[in-house]
Design a protein around this ligand. Structure first.
Ligand SMILES: [Mg+2]
Length: 220
């Protein structure tokens, strides 16, 4: 375990890491993208659901999949995120308190677009804690867990992985971080987090509640 005062970079995934999967944001976003793709490609809703699964599995992000497989780069794809119903997303006081005690830079590393990240962080009442948001456009549409995006991330913010820690709900997204020497925490928040994968040696710690874990691990 790296001592709290030796951690210079706190790296957080956003969706289903800084808020619970039970809020259903990812499901809402997925449905918006499915409707968008059905319209764009003139396919049925069913076909679009199938395509979504295929692109996500093969390319890690829909934007990247559409670009490589269909030679499309629809800039307005992310506009669909504007229509999400976030009325049930409330400020997370516990997380706000935990984050405010951490010294060092706090950076969001997300496969989602900037606008969505800012909106969610604002709704959660924690936007002010973050120094940078490395979104999918900053990543040149190369999503986690492709190793090159982690390298670009480290270079862009001049991050030394040896004094950095990364929090994520998707186990495989922690492997490149661990390979580079970062400490990793799996936030067990979503069915994917419970795959046998989460016992892999690239996961240093498991947190069932990120605010509580930060508090218990670094505040006492
Ligand atoms: Mg996530």
């Amino acid at each position: 375990m790296i001592a709290s005062n030796n951690i210079e970079n706190w790296v957080f995934d956003l969706d289903n890491t800084l808020y619970p999967a039970s809020l259903g944001i990812i499901e809402q976003a997925r449905e918006k993208v499915v409707v968008y793709m059905a319209d764009l490609l003139k396919i049925t809703h069913e076909e679009s659901i199938h395509l979504y699964r295929e692109l996500h599995k093969d390319y890690g992000s829909i934007m990247r999949g559409l670009k490589i497989k269909h030679n499309l780069q629809p800039k307005d794809l992310f506009e669909t995120m504007r229509g999400l119903d976030l009325s049930h997303v409330l400020p997370d006081i516990k997380l706000h308190k935990a984050l405010s005690k951490l010294k060092g830079r706090k950076i969001i590393f997300t496969n989602a677009p900037q606008l969505h990240a800012e909106t969610m962080l604002e709704k959660l009442g924690i936007l002010q804690h973050f120094d940078h948001i490395y979104d999918i456009s900053a990543a040149n549409y190369i999503p986690k867990p492709l190793p090159e995006t982690y390298n670009n991330f480290l270079v862009k913010y001049n991050i030394n992985p040896a004094n950095s820690i990364m929090f994520e709900d998707v186990p495989m997204n922690l492997k490149p971080a661990s390979d580079l020497g970062m400490m990793t925490v799996l936030v067990r928040n979503n069915p994917e987090s419970f795959l046998p994968d989460c016992k892999k040696d690239y996961i240093d710690h498991i947190a069932d509640d990120i605010a509580e874990w930060l508090h218990n691990t670094y505040m006492e």
